[in-house]
Design a protein around this ligand. Structure first.
Ligand code: T1G
Length: 702
């Protein structure tokens, strides 16, 4: 079936695009549009309508074509053809007109949209910028400030707002084609003016050159904080400055130059990798296409603490009712109060109305009786991280829940197989590991046990999508994907501390690398008591080398648990929670080093970075060779969405290919010589790929 069709409807030529699933501007689509517009120049039509079949207007350039040899017409060339049309072209928008899609609409002479439509320029999320005239046309319609906001956030806006800032001309009700034809006839009756955006000037009324200079300076400062380390946002500002200060065609040249720079940047390759990685992670290898999904209408959650309450919010936020079970009315009330506090915070930020917050909380029913879970379609246990307690909970669930209910544990470490064996239905047991705060963090680690059924795995993936999480499937091992790798990253942070660094040295290196927070600040946020208590149940052998936790234990024993006690690796302002260096910590570190017979020496930033990131990567290779994770990009999803790893570096495994596996392998071997093979055993898969001269991406695609 042709991706572009053209036919006359009365005096109007209608160009219909049909390139599922999102009408991305593939080469075929670009050629088809160009042919249709060219044909229409000489036919009986008086105006043209450009619209799309399927669920949305054009959602952008075809990202799958990036990096391949360019095929003409390019999108910028096509848009020049559209704008030069002798007959007015009306873009009729539904769904999401994004990126090159919105740019196509802007090259048309008029734009109309359904009330439910959204428009946006999300290129910045791919490390790019609108490269088909968007940076030059948008400011001419909306002014500079709205253009800056639209392009640097990449966030879509509703049709009404787009109308308000001048991006579209009309919001139309009812059938889109009929409304667009009516609009086109109106345009004809009013003289069929060719309103080319390129002919407009950026509005400078009542604003001085100094105002704009200051605006751009302030904006750049804000962007440096919000998009720390990222290049594309700053290039967008440069393009918009060009729109303000130079003629249209000059501005297009600036845009083209900077767009090409973005396309050639490792940051963009990494963000494009993440775009596909987060869509790939919900696909389960070997799962039959016709696997039945269970219908999840009622969800039970056990435990109304920080995690349970956050998990409950995910479900009521999408209209799924929750029964929240706690051990007492007091505990239940505490849980509900915590949820109420979370919603109140969202309402105070203007992100939610009071009515909706109330409506969602009303969908949470409290109970202290397990029998109230009998009809639940899914029950998620979020009790204390102790295997025996979890086994007891699942044994109770096995007794009360209906057949076919999914029994899930929010455990972050415990063996899902052992939990499943405490029931008569291991095929219905799975791990759904949420990340704190559970109502905010996007990652959901789905842990399949040896006996977990395909239906339960497939339904869990569907649940993740419905509650707007990004899933990653893991097999059972200690810490699954994320926390297992984190132990090695944290180990190196502790050893660097003991051997010569300070918390601020290490955290500065990792924050400059792009991590949301450094490992020691994260330790203070989570609480030093968490690790201490997790170690309490372990034998000395299980605890591992005492050097990897002696500092943490010393701080714990001093009552320094982190933010919750106002001091940990740092000290915290009681009001602002602002952290600052605490000289006491260095004394603790030096005392432990002395006790361990470790002579402290300065460790370079480069060594700190390589020890922490290569430890993470090496363990990631082991997770792949053991089949714990399905693919390298799933590990990247885990780290970008669960641990604050910079998406513009593509996640730890993509980053490994960026550094080069040979460099990593040889450095790991050097670390083995320097720091001992106990910690630095090169992964077999890493060694194998280096010997074969393959990248991890090539291995994953083989
Ligand atoms: N190109 C190619 N494939 C795309 C695509 C695109 N732009 N957008 C989506 N897909 C695929 C996606 O991989 C998935 O495939 C399927 O469509 C459904 O997507 C010159 C250079 C439109 C809001 O960044 O934000 O234009 O997994 O699962 O949740 O200035 O897709 O089924 O095989 O996300 O309903 C700018 C990206 C490009 C928009 C729909 N545009 N897409 O969300 O479905 S750069 C974007 C989205 C650009 C110009 C520049 C979302 C969506 P599969 P989905 P969804």
């Amino acid at each position: 079936m042709s991706v572009v069709s053209y036919q006359l409807e009365g005096d109007i030529g209608v160009i219909r695009l049909n390139n599922p699933p999102v009408n991305a501007l593939s080469h075929a689509l670009r050629s088809g549009i160009q042919d249709a517009v060219t044909q229409a120049q000489d036919d009986a039509s008086l105006a043209l309508v450009l619209m799309c079949e399927g669920r949305t207007f054009i959602a952008g350039a075809d990202i799958s074509e990036f990096g391949k040899p360019p095929m003409l017409p390019s999108l910028p060339e096509l848009l020049i053809v559209l704008e030069a049309s002798k007959k007015p072209i009306i873009a009729a928008i539904h769904g999401t007109a994004l990126g090159g899609g919105l740019e196509t609409a802007l090259a048309c002479h008029y734009r109309c949209a359904l009330p439910s439509a959204q428009v946006g320029l999300p290129e910045v999320k791919l490390g790019l910028l609108p490269g088909a005239g968007g940076t030059q046309r948008v400011p001419r319609l909306t002014g500079v400030k709205a253009a800056l906001d639209l392009m640097t956030t990449g966030a879509p806006i509703a049709a009404a707002q787009a109308l308000n800032i001048g991006l579209i001309d009309k919001v139309v009700e009812g059938d889109l084609l009929s409304a667009a034809l009516d609009f086109a006839n109106e345009v004809i009756e009013q003289g069929a003016e060719l309103k080319r955006v390129r002919d407009l000037e950026v509005d400078k009324t009542a604003t001085s050159a100094e105002y704009f200079a200051e605006l751009f300076t302030d904006y750049r400062k804000t962007l440096s904080k919000r998009f720390r380390g990222q290049e594309a946002p700053h290039r967008i500002v440069e393009c918009i400055e060009a729109a303000l200060n130079t003629p249209f065609d000059e501005g297009l040249k600036v845009e083209r130059r900077l767009f090409v720079e973005c396309m050639q940047s490792p940051q963009s390759w990494a963000l494009q990798h993440m775009f596909f990685a987060q869509r790939m992670s919900s696909k389960v290898k070997g799962l039959p296409k016709d696997t039945q999904l269970k219908d999840i209408k009622r969800v039970g959650i056990i435990g109304g603490g920080l995690m349970g309450g956050g998990i409950a919010m995910n479900f009521v936020n999408v209209g799924i009712s929750v029964t929240l079970l706690e051990i007492s009315q007091e505990a239940l009330q505490r849980g509900k109060d915590l949820i109420a506090k979370n919603y109140a915070m969202t309402v105070s930020k203007g992100k939610l109305t009071v009515e909706l917050a109330t409506q969602r909380q009303d969908m949470i029913t409290g109970t202290t009786d397990y029998h109230d879970l009998a009809d639940m379609d899914l029950v998620i246990e979020a009790v204390f991280e102790n295997l025996d307690i979890k086994k007891q909970v699942f044994a109770k669930l096995d007794n009360v829940c209906k057949q076919g209910a999914i029994l899930a544990s929010n455990t972050s470490y415990q063996d899902v197989n052992l939990i499943a064996q405490s029931t008569s239905r291991p095929q219905d047991v799975i791990g759904l590991h949420f990340f704190s705060p559970a109502n905010v963090m996007k990652l959901l680690e789905i842990v399949r046990g040896d006996e977990t059924s395909n239906e339960v795995v497939a339904t869990s993936m569907a649940i993740a999508k419905s509650i707007k999480k990004v899933p990653a499937l893991s097999r059972v091992c200690y810490g699954f994907i994320g926390n297992r790798m984190l132990r090695h990253y944290a180990r190196e942070a502790q050893l660097c501390l003991l051997e010569g660094s300070t918390p601020q040295d290490i955290d500065a290196v990792m924050q400059n690398f792009g991590m949301a927070m450094g490992p020691l600040a994260v330790g203070d946020l989570a609480g030093i008591d968490i690790g201490y208590k997790a170690r309490e149940g372990l034998t000395d052998e299980q605890k591992g080398d005492v050097r990897t936790y002696c500092i943490a234990d010393a701080l714990y024993e001093m009552g320094r648990l982190g933010q919750k006690t106002g001091a940990g690796y740092y000290q915290y302002d009681p009001d602002t929670r602002q952290r600052s260096v605490d000289p006491v910590v260095l004394e603790v570190i030096e005392a432990q080093a002395k006790k361990m017979g470790v002579e402290r020496k300065v460790i370079s930033d480069k060594t700190i970075l390589e020890r922490l990131t290569f430890a993470l990567i090496n363990e990631g290779f082991k997770i792949l060779e053991e089949g714990i994770a399905q693919r390298p990009s799933d590990i990247d999803v885990v780290y970008a969405f669960g641990y604050g790893f910079p998406a513009y570096r593509g996640g730890p495994m993509f980053y490994a290919d960026t550094i080069g596996l040979e460099k990593i392998y040889h450095t790991v071997c050097e670390f083995a010589d320097t720091y001992g093979e106990e910690f630095w055993q090169p992964a077999a898969l890493l060694k194998q790929l280096v010997e074969e001269g393959k990248t991890l991406t090539q291995w994953a695609n083989s």
